[in-house]
Design a protein around this ligand. Structure first.
Ligand code: ADQ
Length: 483
């Protein structure tokens, strides 16, 4: 699908480039890979609200990157506070972890206002502005108030909170009104669109349910809320999977791990990813099965994340303590049942682990989508291996052939891990994996980005007749009054 590439403005919390000890490099992740080519073509502007200004300004790019000037207090209250201490846990169903503080809400409003101002200043007339994620949910309405000429899209990358949970957010109405300033709001799967509809019902916001999603009338225009499942750079991962040096590294990893069965988990260290619960389920399996004790190794790759938030620092300690206990109980001089790497791996290394793993264990307690599940499938050249996937991850809705598991069911989780670790692979497994490969190929991140932007432009065209009607109506009112 072709999009009109000029005039694109992206607004996100993080920048496409980050500063590392080796200089300024591209930020990791599929979203950045998908958006960079679009931005290069459009020569537009990327507004990175919480980014390092130097990294942004030093990068030599065919488009502009702008950071906001935020004090360290405002940045912390917005990012670690309102975003990751309130909206993240709320959306993932961890209400008891939420902290709602007025000064953090004020910082959130302030950052959204600042981002809207910078976007209003840099967007050329009639430009398309695409805003990303829960850290910037108020930007659409704030921007529309300043620049009604713009086409505004928003993508919410995490689950939409169930209405009962959102109720406890003191600024729930402002959050929803902020989003409804967009012409199109994307969520990953229809389940989240249904949850959004419940929120509108709860807040008494009039809307129309259509097959494609929800339409919310807003005067002369309307906002649409639709499911747009994200994907990954399928060809990038597949070509790493075909690379001989990656394959050689995978063989090396398998033999270093003792030649038995390899289970792999890759996550940011986040309590929503269910890492401790997974380790505990594996520990119970080790208690119960001598075959698991002798033959199965779990590799947990867990990049530390958001360590300025207390819940995350505690989590890292709990993960390390659980791994240490398992090691103490079941490890030996030649056998280590769990390997934990608390660092970022480059794509080449990660791909080697995807090849080496007999099964990927993707068992978040809640996840907007989960791209690791897609990467495991795309990297493997042949339809072999198994994917154990939480039914509570958005990915479960688009990958129904995975082995689905309820991450809250302790026995169920243990026996599912035991099954994917030990049961001999059958023709049914390869049929399932072939079906998963076909699904992941259809869900590429390029298709997602260009499809969303094309739909955004289409949705905006729908307003044109309504806006013309409103303008005619307003003109006739003026004429009548003048008489
Ligand atoms: P995340 O919560 O960050 O994203 P996820 O979708 O799993 O979660 O993506 C993580 C990415 O980081 C993957 O590309 C993975 O390869 C990479 N990664 C993780 N650990 C790594 C490590 N140690 N070394 C190197 N790379 C590592 C949010 C939502 C998700 C949603 C995405 C996209 O929470 O649910 O799928 O946005 O919308």
């Amino acid at each position: 699908m072709k999009t009109r590439s000029p005039r694109l403005v992206i607004v996100s919390a993080r920048a496409p480039f980050v500063r590392t000890p080796n200089g300024i490099v591209r930020a990791p992740g599929g979203l950045i890979s998908a958006l960079l080519p679009l931005m290069r073509r459009s020569r537009g502007t990327w507004i990175a609200a919480g980014a390092d200004r130097d990294a942004c300004e030093a990068s030599e790019l065919p488009f502009r990157v702008r950071a906001l000037s935020l004090s360290s207090e405002t940045r912390a209250a917005w990012y670690a506070g309102a975003s990751n201490g309130a909206l993240w846990p709320l959306s993932h169903g961890f209400v008891e972890v939420c902290r709602f503080r007025a000064e953090q809400a004020r910082a959130y409003f302030e950052v959204c206002r600042a981002a809207a101002e910078v976007a209003a200043e840099h967007a050329p007339p009639g430009a398309v502005v695409w805003i990303h994620d829960y850290q910037l949910a108020l930007v659409p309405a704030l921007l529309r108030a300043r620049r009604p000429d713009l086409t505004i899209g928003f993508f919410w990358h995490i689950p939409w909170p169930v209405a009962e949970n959102l109720r406890v957010l003191p600024w729930a109405s402002e959050l929803v009104e902020g989003l409804l300033g967009a012409d199109l709001v994307g969520l990953h799967v229809p389940r989240y669109v249904r949850a959004f509809r419940d929120t509108l019902d709860e807040l008494g916001v009039a809307h129309v349910n259509e097959e494609e999603g929800i339409v919310v009338p807003r005067g002369a225009r309307h906002a649409r809320i639709e499911a747009w499942p994200i994907g990954i750079d399928v060809e990038g991962w597949a070509s790493l999977g075909r690379d001989e040096s990656v394959a050689a590294e995978a063989v090396h990893i398998t033999s270093e791990l003792g030649g038995g069965r390899v289970l792999l988990s890759v996550d940011r260290m986040d309590y929503a990813k269910g890492i401790v619960e997974r380790l505990e389920a594996f520990e119970r399996l080790l208690e119960q099965s001598s075959e698991v004790r002798e033959r199965v190794t779990l590799v947990q790759i867990g990049v530390p994340s958001r360590e300025t938030v207390a819940a995350y620092r505690d989590l890292r300690q709990r993960i390390e303590a659980t791994v240490g206990r398992i090691q103490g109980r079941f490890g030996g001089p030649r056998r280590k049942p769990v390997h934990l790497f608390a660092r970022t791996l480059d794509a080449h290394e990660l791909a080697a682990y995807y090849l080496a793993a007999d099964a990927a264990i993707v068992t978040p307690k809640r996840d907007g989508m989960n791209l690791v599940a897609f990467e495991y499938i795309a990297t493997r050249p042949r339809p072999n291996g198994r994917l154990l996937l939480s039914m509570t991850a958005g990915a479960a809705d688009v990958l129904p052939e995975a082995h689905l598991v309820n991450p809250y069911d302790e026995e169920g989780l243990g026996s599912a891990i035991g099954h994917v670790a030990l049961a001999p692979e059958t023709a049914n497994d390869s049929t399932r994996m072939a079906a998963l490969k076909a699904r992941v190929s259809r869900l590429s991140v390029e298709t997602w980005a260009s499809g969303f932007l094309a739909r955004l432009e289409q949705v905006t065209q729908e307003h044109a007749p309504a806006q013309a009607r409103e303008t005619r109506l307003a003109a006739s009112v003026r004429v009548t009054r003048a008489r």
